[in-house]
Design a protein around this ligand. Structure first.
Ligand SMILES: Cc1cc2nc3c(=O)[nH]c(=O)nc-3n(C[C@H](O)[C@H](O)[C@H](O)COP(=O)(O)OP(=O)(O)OC[C@H]3O[C@@H](n4cnc5c(N)ncnc54)[C@H](O)[C@@H]3O)c2cc1C
Length: 393
């Protein structure tokens, strides 16, 4: 696959569609959603109507088809048209939760469990892809998030299924969620990582406490919740494979980390664009800022870091889409793109001067939003440690 594959006529059309959607349905209202602390459900339905919510998901399950590279193009275009990391995380939360439900759906199909597969398709997968329901992923706990194998929320067997007790925190879209794919400990399945199972929890079930909305440094339009469960009943058909949880999480971490890399370099590109526009417009000491060599060289440095991050991340994404297992490369892409984004956003604020510190300009939001990218989906240090182990260093 060549670099032209990012610019096929279909992907040019996709970029145009996303840019139109973003400037029409997102950027005008984003400041209000930031103040309200969440996205309206209507946006999910609108994104579904034009085929964006279901991008990368099979049409046979209510998705709009396309592959991982189409999702990359969509994310790039949305951020470059003025959306935000918070919008991406909240509107596409199902990108990290739904694959686990679909894996189990496919296992049921393979096992000729027609009813079980239909149950997942009709009550979760299709409603989420049509924007009617919101589905979160609950892994991180108040005691710790990096060491997934040690999570403590537990499920015990009952005559009718399972009872789940424990707590989750920092859960994206967890305030609005209609279902939470929740990682729990099931001792029946084994110890440590082998004992982790994913279960679908329904927030209206007795024992599921009202979500606590967390206030954050950035990503304001993306609601983040602390969740607490006391003997929450779960039926067997809401169990996504006994003991399969850790494997499923590890498998989908690659696409999650690559998606964070895309968010990072696309945020860097948007920030660079904003900085260039400002530097052309703003005059100091009688001349536009962009005429100063210091500023032009800084812009080149920002451009270089952004382009290197994009080129490497895209090449990993292409190999991943072609079927390679790229745990190390996804971790390194995330790190490379996050470093680029942190540098570029910081310097873009500097070029804006005092205005860069003001709530009324877009770059101020990116500065706050970008900070989470080196923490969520695997902290930078944990990624480095994983890469060191896998590379044998
Ligand atoms: C806005 C936001 C949204 C999120 N959304 C979700 C979500 O939807 N679902 C979900 O399950 N989780 C979510 N998370 C949680 C996120 O994945 C965790 O915060 C992350 O995995 C780190 O876990 P922790 O916060 O418990 O940090 P800890 O595990 O306590 O680690 C703290 C810090 O220590 C360092 N560190 C950790 N381990 C090592 C090590 N072995 N060696 C060296 N240094 C180390 C790292 O710098 C790390 O940042 C979200 C977090 C945020 C902030």
């Amino acid at each position: 696959m060549t670099m032209e594959s990012w610019n096929t006529p279909q992907r040019q059309d996709l970029r145009k569609l996303v840019t139109d959607f973003t400037t029409r349905h997102i950027t005008p209202d984003l400041p209000d959603w930031e103040r309200q602390g969440e996205l309206p459900r209507e946006l999910h339905r609108q994104a579904a109507d034009v085929g964006l919510l279901g991008l990368g998901f099979s049409e046979s399950l209510g998705g709009s088809g396309g592959d991982f590279l189409d999702v990359v193009v969509m994310t790039e275009a949305m951020l470059e048209a003025g959306a935000s990391g918070g919008v991406i995380s909240a509107l596409f939360t199902h990108g990290i939760s739904l694959p686990h439900v679909i894996d189990e759906h496919d296992r049921r199909v393979a096992a000729a469990d027609v009813e079980g597969a239909r149950y997942l398709a009709e009550t979760v997968i299709r409603p989420v892809l049509s924007g009617e329901m919101i589905c979160s992923l609950g892994v991180t706990e108040p005691d710790g998030g990096s060491d997934v194998a040690r999570l403590r929320t537990s499920a015990t067997r009952t005559d009718h299924g399972w009872q789940v007790s424990g707590a989750k925190t920092f859960i994206t879209s967890g305030v609005r969620a209609d279902r939470v794919v929740t990682a729990v400990r099931t001792p029946e399945a084994g110890e440590g990582a082998a004992g982790i199972t994913l279960m679908l929890l329904d927030p209206v079930t007795a024992g599921y406490a009202p979500p606590r909305k967390l206030e954050k440094m950035g990503w304001w339009c993306s609601d983040t919740a602390e969740l607490s469960f006391t003997d929450v009943a779960v039926t067997d058909r809401d169990v996504l494979g006994l003991g399969q949880g850790f494997g499923s999480l590890a498998r989908h971490f690659v696409s999650e980390r690559l998606s964070i890399a895309v968010t990072a370099y696309a945020t860097a590109q948007r920030s660079l664009d904003l900085a260039v526009a400002w530097a052309r417009d703003r005059e100091t000491f009688g001349r536009p800022l962009i005429t100063r060599q210091t500023i032009r060289h800084l812009l080149v440095d920002m451009h270089r870091r952004t382009d290197v991050a994009r080129t490497y991340s895209r090449s990993v994404a292409q190999r991943y889409a072609a079927g390679e297992n790229l745990v190390v490369e996804a971790a390194l892409a995330k790190q490379t793109a996050v470093e680029a984004a942190e540098f570029v956003v910081d310097r873009a604020v500097q070029i804006h001067g005092g205005m860069g510190y003001m709530r009324e300009v877009e770059i101020e939001r990116h500065y706050r939003d970008v900070r989470v990218l080196g923490i969520g989906g695997g902290a930078t240090e944990v990624m480095t440690d994983l890469a060191a182990r896998l590379l044998g260093y």
